[in-house]
Design a protein around this ligand. Structure first.
Ligand SMILES: [Fe+2]
Length: 264
């Protein structure tokens, strides 16, 4: 499969460059996704090795990382946005691109099904129910690898309140203020996932990203998130009161518990 992976990497590098543009804003978006693809692919490989998966499965994780956001490029060229709600689900778009690529037929039917399931579910609120443990495992790997890198991408924006420095495609619609909406405060205190579609303020946006922590699957990923200080940088810039402090205590307890898990 190494030789197939080499061809896949070459195809992807060429494909991403084909979207380069003279328009500075378009080019900025494409480069963000190109770098993200590289980091997520590396995260997938590292996480799969941490989990002691056999070499074949480490390579499968690499393929999933490489192609998980392939739909982003067509999305941006067609709709000039990375906002799925304003355009098309970028995972659905990825599956369309993948179905057009002959080299995927070189994978076994089982492996191809795993790749498609993991990519289809990489950005869903929860992973679709299935009794196929391999599908679940690889979906969990890509979801962790992706979130870890999205924290890197968003760090400068989440760690400050100057929302006006966000590029347009990251900016929330509507009013960006430092407050947190009451329903988001409630979600944060109880540890329940906040509804992304209800984001009204910049504070809500930070809460949604912090709540992702409850959706991290592996101790490896949590360790990296802590080492890089993503959580503390967001927390340091939250408007603070007793309820938010309670949510932060709950969050930190969860982080400590996940990190202490033995390879899971
Ligand atoms: Fe991604």
């Amino acid at each position: 499969m190494r030789e197939l992976l080499t061809r896949m990497h070459e195809w992807m590098a060429h494909y991403m460059k084909s979207f380069y543009s003279d328009d500075a804003e378009v080019q900025r978006g494409i480069l963000i996704k190109e770098r993200h693809t590289g980091y997520v692919t590396a995260n997938c490989v590292e996480l799969a090795k941490f989990l002691h998966l056999p070499p074949h499965d480490v390579e499968l994780a690499e393929i999933i990382g490489l192609f998980h956001d392939v739909g982003r490029f067509r999305q941006y060229s067609l709709y000039k946005t990375f906002n799925d709600a304003d355009s098309e689900d970028h995972a659905d778009l990825a599956l369309k691109v993948i179905d057009e690529l002959n080299f995927f037929t070189e994978l076994s039917a089982d492996d191809f099904a795993v790749v498609k399931f993991a990519i289809a579910n990489h950005n869903e609120k929860i992973v679709a129910a299935t009794d196929d443990a391999r599908k679940i495992l690889f979906a969990k790997i890509i979801r962790d690898a992706d979130k870890l890198d999205i924290y890197r991408v968003l760090e400068p924006f989440l760690a400050q309140s100057a929302a006006d420095q966000m590029p347009n495609f990251i900016k929330a619609k509507g009013n960006l203020v430092a407050d947190i909406s009451p329903d988001f405060v409630e979600n944060f205190v109880t540890g329940e996932q906040a509804d992304y579609r209800k984001i009204r303020t910049n504070g809500d946006r930070k809460i949604v990203r912090l709540m992702w922590i409850y959706d991290i699957n592996f101790s490896w990923t949590m360790q990296k998130i802590v080492e890089r200080g993503y959580i503390e940088k967001i927390v340091a810039n939250l408007p603070m009161d007793e309820r938010i402090a309670e949510g932060v205590r709950r969050l930190r307890a969860h982080v400590a518990e996940k990190i202490s898990e033995v390879i899971r």
